[in-house]
Design a protein around this ligand. Structure first.
Ligand code: DON
Length: 598
C-alpha cells in the first residue's frame, strides 16, 4: 500500500509546481482504469457510458511542495504568517499559534479568540491532544433553550444566549507554553496578528463571500454591523479592513491568558452579557481551562492514526468507521463505485448512531469507549451489513442522535523536523452568535447549539444527539472536529488533516485517509475528490453537486439509499508527505485558502 502511495506522490513531485501554481496531479493507482487525477466521477460514469455527469469541478488539484515544512489554512494571509514563523526558525507549534491568531483577525468568520477548538500534535515523536473547547456557563441549565411547550428556541444558536465560555486564548497559550520552541516568545507569535488588526488587510472576494453568508446574522447586532457592514453593506473590494479594537484586545493578551480572561476585555464581555441577557460571568471566564487529553490512536492498514478524543466525537467516530471498513478490501470494489460507497455509507451510519447516542464530555459522562473502539464492536457491525441493500437507520438502534453546525476552520502545520500540529478552531456558525464584543472587535461563538438542547431532537445540523450531550453547567458540548495526524508504515508523518463542516468533518477526513491509503491518491487528489456524508439520521446520503455519476446514483437508489445533493461538503485542507517533501493541498471548495511552504 505504501509503495502504491509513494509511486503516486512521486509523480506529483515530477509534475507539481511550486508556489501555488496549478499542479496537474497524476493518475492515481486504482484497481479500475481511471486515467484522470480525481477518478470518482469518471469511473462511475464509465459504468454507464450513456449517463455522463457534468465534469467534476476540482478535477485538477492545486498543490504546493516544500522540503522544510508547510502551513495550509483557509486564509492566505494566515498561512503566510505561519510560513514566516517556520522560515525564521519557529517550530510547528509556534507557527500554529501565530496562524491561529492571524486567522482571528483575517478570517473572522471562523478564526477567533471568541470560540474554541482542538489540536492534535506530534512533536518530538510524542502525540498529544489539546482540548480548548468552550464550556457551558455556570448558570446554564439543561432546559435553558426550551419554550413553554418544551420545544427548542432559536436562542440556542442565535445571539448572546448561545455563547459558550471561549477557550481559544487559553488553548493557544497552552500550545505555546508546552510545545513552543524557545526561539519564539508568546509576544512574537501575537505580533503579526496585532499588526494585521492595526494596519488592516485587503478586502477580497474570499472575505466578501463570508460576509455575504454572515450578513443576516451580523446586521441584527449593532456592534457587529458597525464593524463588518459599515454604512449597511460589506466594505468595498480592494479597501483595507482595519480592526483597531481587536488590535488592543490582542495587545492585552501579550501578558498571557489573564489579559483576556481578566481585566478590561473580560469586563467588556461580561458587561455586554448583563446588558443583553447572556449568562457568562467573570467567574466563568476566570475558571476556564484548556486540557491536554490522550489522543484516540488506532491503526488502519498499517498506518497509525491519532485524532481528537471526547469532548470531540471526531477521533472515536473516525476510528469506528475505519475499524468497520478494514474488514473489506474496499480498493478492490473500485474507487467510489456503488459497491464501495455502499459499505462506506453503512459504516458511517453505524458509527454515527453510536456517536450520537453515546458520546459527550468525558468529565461529565461515562462512555463505553473501549467497547466502541474494539475489533469486536466492528465485527458486530459488519455482520449487520447486507450486500446490495441499505440498512434503514431505524434498524440501527444505538439511542437518540446529536448535533453540530457551520463555521469552523482547520489548518495544519509541519516543520523541518517533521513535527506536526493539526488544529481546528470554531465559533460554530459563520460569524458565530453574530454578537461582537463592544469595544473588543471580536465575534463570540454560538457553540451552545452543539449540545442536545432536547435529547433526541435534531439540532441546527440535523444531528439527533442523546443524554450524554445534554447541557450542564461547566460542561463541554460534543464536537465533530477531527484534527488528525497519520503516521505511515515508515514511522513518519504521512498526512495531517482535519476540517470544518460540523458532522461532515469526520466523513471528509475519513475519505481523505481512505483515498490515500486504499486508492493511492496523492494528497491533492484526496482532498479534491468528491465527498459523501451519512450520519445515521436523517436517513439519507448527501453527495456533492456533480460528484456522483447518474449511473452510480441509480444503483445506490436501487439499493434503498435516499440521496441528497449539496453544493459541497466540508472544508478540509491537508498536508501529505512524499519522500522528503511535504505536499500542501488547500481546500479547492473554499475561496481564499493557501498552502505556504517556507
Ligand atoms: O464542534 C463542532 O462540531 C461544530 N461546532 C463545528 C462547526 C463547523 O464545523 C462549522 N463549519 N463549517
Amino acid at each position: 500500500m505504501a509503495s502504491r502511495f509513494l509511486r503516486s506522490v512521486s509523480l506529483v513531485l515530477l509534475l507539481g509546481c511550486a508556489g501555488g501554481a496549478p499542479a496537474p496531479t497524476p493518475a492515481p493507482v486504482v484497481q479500475t482504469p481511471a486515467p484522470t487525477s480525481v477518478p470518482a466521477v469518471a469511473d462511475a460514469a464509465a459504468i454507464d457510458a450513456g449517463a455522463q455527469a457534468n465534469p467534476w469541478p476540482y478535477q485538477t488539484p492545486v498543490v504546493v511542495r516544500g522540503a522544510n515544512g508547510m502551513v495550509v489554512s483557509d486564509n492566505a494571509v494566515a498561512s503566510n504568517v505561519g510560513r514566516d514563523v517556520l522560515a525564521s526558525g519557529g517550530n510547528a507549534a509556534d507557527a500554529a499559534v501565530a496562524t491561529a491568531f492571524a486567522l482571528a483577525v483575517a478570517y473572522p468568520t471562523a478564526g477567533n479568540i471568541g470560540g474554541g477548538g482542538f489540536a492534535v500534535t506530534r512533536m518530538r515523536g510524542e502525540l498529544r491532544a489539546l482540548d480548548f473547547r468552550e464550556t457551558a456557563p455556570a448558570a446554564a441549565t439543561r432546559d435553558m433553550y426550551l419554550d413553554a411547550n418544551g420545544k427548542p428556541k432559536a436562542d440556542a444558536r442565535d445571539g448572546i444566549k448561545s455563547v459558550g465560555v471561549p477557550g481559544s486564548v487559553a488553548g493557544l497559550w497552552e500550545l505555546h507554553r508546552t510545545l513552543g520552541s524557545k526561539k519564539k516568545t508568546w509576544k512574537d507569535l501575537l505580533a503579526p496578528a496585532i499588526k494585521l488588526a492595526r494596519e488592516g488587510f485587503v478586502v477580497d472576494d474570499a472575505f466578501l463571500s463570508t460576509l455575504e453568508v454572515g450578513a443576516k446574522r451580523l446586521e441584527k447586532h449593532p456592534v457587529s454591523a458597525a464593524l463588518f457592514l459599515p454604512g449597511g453593506a460589506p466594505p468595498a473590494k480592494g479597501s483595507t479592513f482595519k480592526n483597531p479594537e481587536l488590535a488592543t484586545v490582542l495587545e492585552r493578551i501579550e501578558k498571557g491568558p489573564s489579559g483576556f480572561y481578566e481585566g478590561p476585555t473580560a469586563a467588556a464581555l461580561v458587561k455586554q452579557m448583563k446588558e443583553e441577557g447572556g449568562l457568562i460571568t467573570l467567574a466563568d471566564l476566570k475558571k476556564y481551562q484548556a486540557k491536554w487529553r490522550k489522543p484516540v490512536e488506532f491503526t488502519y492498514r498499517g498506518h497509525k492514526i491519532a485524532s481528537m478524543p471526547p469532548p470531540s466525537s471526531g477521533g472515536v467516530t473516525l476510528a469506528m468507521i475505519a475499524h468497520i471498513l478494514e474488514g473489506y478490501e474496499i480498493n478492490k470494489l473500485g474507487f467510489q463505485s456503488p459497491e464501495q460507497l455502499h459499505v462506506v455509507f453503512e459504516a458511517m451510519r453505524r458509527a454515527y448512531a453510536a456517536r450520537n447516542a453515546k458520546l459527550g464530555d468525558p468529565d461529565f459522562v461515562k462512555m463505553p469507549l473501549a467497547e466502541l473502539l474494539s475489533e469486536g464492536w466492528a465485527k458486530e457491525q459488519r455482520a449487520t451489513i447486507v450486500p446490495d441493500r441499505a440498512t434503514p437507520s431505524s434498524e440501527i438502534v444505538a439511542a437518540p442522535a446529536s448535533a453540530s453546525g457551520p463555521h469552523t476552520t482547520h489548518f495544519s502545520v509541519v516543520d523541518s523536523a517533521g513535527d506536526a500540529v493539526s488544529l481546528t478552531t470554531t465559533i460554530n456558525w459563520w460569524y458565530g452568535s453574530g454578537v461582537t464584543v463592544k469595544g473588543g472587535g471580536f465575534v463570540l461563538n454560538n457553540e451552545m447549539d452543539d449540545f442536545a438542547s432536547v435529547p433526541g431532537t435534531a439540532n441546527g445540523f440535523g444531528l439527533v444527539q442523546g443524554e450524554a450531550n445534554a447541557i450542564a453547567p461547566g460542561k463541554r458540548m460534543l464536537s465533530s472536529m477531527a484534527p488528525t495526524i497519520v503516521t505511515g508504515p515508515d514511522g513518519k508523518v504521512l498526512l495531517v488533516a482535519g476540517g470544518a463542516g460540523g458532522p461532515t468533518i469526520i466523513t471528509a477526513v475519513w475519505q481523505e485517509l481512505s483515498n490515500m491509503v486504499d486508492f493511492g491518491l496523492d494528497v491533492g487528489a484526496a482532498v479534491s475528490a468528491p465527498r459523501f456524508h451519512m450520519q445515521h439520521l436523517p436517513d439519507e446520503v448527501i453527495f456533492e453537486k456533480d460528484g456522483l455519476a447518474p449511473a452510480t446514483s441509480k444503483r445506490l437508489e436501487a439499493m434503498g439509499y435516499t440521496l441528497k445533493e449539496r453544493g459541497h461538503l466540508a472544508d478540509a485542507p491537508a498536508i501529505g508527505r512524499a519522500g522528503g517533501e511535504w505536499i500542501g493541498a488547500a481546500e479547492p471548495r473554499r475561496l481564499g485558502g493557501l498552502a505556504a511552504a517556507p
